[in-house]
Design a protein around this ligand. Structure first.
Ligand SMILES: [Zn+2]
Length: 157
């Protein structure tokens, strides 16, 4: 059997990782951002309702943002501590501005949860706008409270 290599995100030291925004990897013109909303192994995780609700709201707003046509993917991490955002031809400063703007749009969203209908979602009853707002407000405060250099701790430029 061939030796199975560790994938890049498993080589990041999760003991050093805290909440923030990081560049997880770059593949050609695609940047994968690690939007870390919770401290890994910190005992305080997002529940599925929260992750799913943020996913619907963030994915919709980011695909309506100034980088809409360069967004490849947005979705939650299975470990319940963050999300991945994939952007083509990304600029970190621009991405941070857009992420903050999307978060504040969600916090201020007045109206229905996006995509909360059976035809558009695999578990449409498992959605709650209030949960998305709480999580996005919390994460926005974290991003606003620190310098975001996009580097994992201990990582060299
Ligand atoms: Zn859904």
């Amino acid at each position: 059997m061939n030796k199975i290599e560790k994938i890049a995100s498993f080589t990041v030291d999760h003991d050093l990782l805290t909440e923030g925004i990081y560049v997880s990897r770059i593949d050609g013109d695609i940047t994968t951002y690690d939007l870390r909303t919770r401290v890994p192994n910190g005992g305080d995780y997002m529940d599925n309702l929260t992750m799913h609700s943020v996913e619907h709201m963030f994915a919709t707003y980011v695909r309506a943002s100034s980088i809409a046509d360069r967004v490849i993917y947005f979705g939650p991490m299975g470990c319940q501590t963050g999300f991945y955002l994939l952007v083509r031809n990304a600029d970190n400063g621009e991405t941070l501005t857009v992420v903050k703007d999307v978060l504040s749009r969600i916090v201020n969203h007045d109206g229905e949860m996006f995509g909360a209908v059976k035809r558009e979602c695999g578990n449409y009853l498992n959605l709650d706008l209030a949960c998305a707002k709480v999580e996005c407000e919390r994460y926005l405060a974290i991003l606003n409270s620190k310098e975001n250099d996009f580097l994992y701790k201990g990582e060299k430029i």
